[in-house]
Design a protein around this ligand. Structure first.
Ligand code: FE2
Length: 279
């Protein structure tokens, strides 16, 4: 869908835009069922990789760094007992699936490549748009981890910066179950850091500004199932832990301009066998 002038104005002012009823309840449920099936088919012994932005170990985690052109499963930080076994069923332990669902899974491929989303990218002025990454985020009941305040361009950098994030609520997202929080207008604050591949291996942050985020300006984005939130790549946003008994499933898609330069030191690199594609 083409955005209306007033929607574009809001997006440019706030750095995000909320569009209710973008996805039907039925399609939300189909995507949830598909994700449940992927988890069911996943053997957790294949990869015990705790995903958390607090964890230094994650930074050197090849399982993560090689996932740009694969479908891989990442656990919640609180998923394991001290002896390394899962605290609860794997179905309740996965933090997210990433990062090429949109290329490798037929149902997510179909959902991600539509004329509507292409028109949306066009109206956001993402020229020659390419689908870079997708994530299915579970935000599990009781143990869904916090994601600290960040800009997506820290992780998905292009020159010039071109990334737009599409965040689809597959269930109601509330303060209670860990909805997104964002700083309206925070996309004007400039890029704070980049997460880059270090020459010696692993990853490191290249920091451009030490000024802390004005987190007192964060507002909760509580949305209904089926809502699309468009996020500017420079918008500071976060989500809190989910301590509630309700999950908060979301699917995200990150789009970049094929006319921008994509640096070789970005974490996400794809093999030549699976080049990036548009809508
Ligand atoms: Fe993000």
């Amino acid at each position: 869908m083409q955005l209306k002038a007033e929607q574009l104005e809001l997006y440019r002012r706030d750095g995000y835009l909320v569009i209710e009823d973008f996805v039907s309840g039925e399609v939300c449920d189909q995507l949830r069922q598909r994700a449940a099936q992927l988890v069911k088919d996943f053997d957790p012994a294949e990869a015990i990789s705790i995903f958390s932005t607090h964890e230094q170990s994650r930074l050197a985690d090849d399982y993560f760094l090689e996932s740009g052109d694969k479908i891989r499963f990442f656990f919640e930080e609180g998923a394991f007992l001290p002896d390394g076994t899962l605290r609860q069923d794997k179905e309740k332990s996965i933090n997210k699936i990433g990062h090429a669902l949109h290329d490798l899974d037929p149902m997510f491929d179909d959902f991600s490549r539509t004329a509507d989303l292409k028109a949306l990218a066009d109206s956001l002025s993402v020229t020659n748009p390419l689908l870079l990454q997708s994530m299915y985020i579970f935000k599990q009941p009781n143990i869904g981890g916090e994601v600290t305040c960040h800009q997506d361009c820290t992780f998905i950098y292009t020159e010039p910066m071109s990334m737009a994030g599409l965040w689809f609520a597959l269930e109601d997202a509330t303060i209670e179950n860990g909805c997104l929080w964002a700083i309206p207008g925070g996309h004007e604050l400039g890029l704070k850091s980049r997460w880059i591949r270090a020459r010696e291996g692993g990853m490191r942050f290249e920091v451009f500004s030490d000024v802390p985020w004005p987190e007192e300006k964060l507002v909760p984005l509580e949305v209904k199932k089926g809502t699309l939130i468009i996020l500017h790549g420079l918008l500071p946003h976060k989500s809190l832990e989910n301590k509630s008994p309700k999950s908060r499933h979301a699917y995200t898609l990150h789009v970049i301009s094929g006319d921008s330069n994509y640096p070789a030191d970005n974490w996400l690199q794809r093999s030549e066998a699976l080049p990036l594609r548009g809508f």
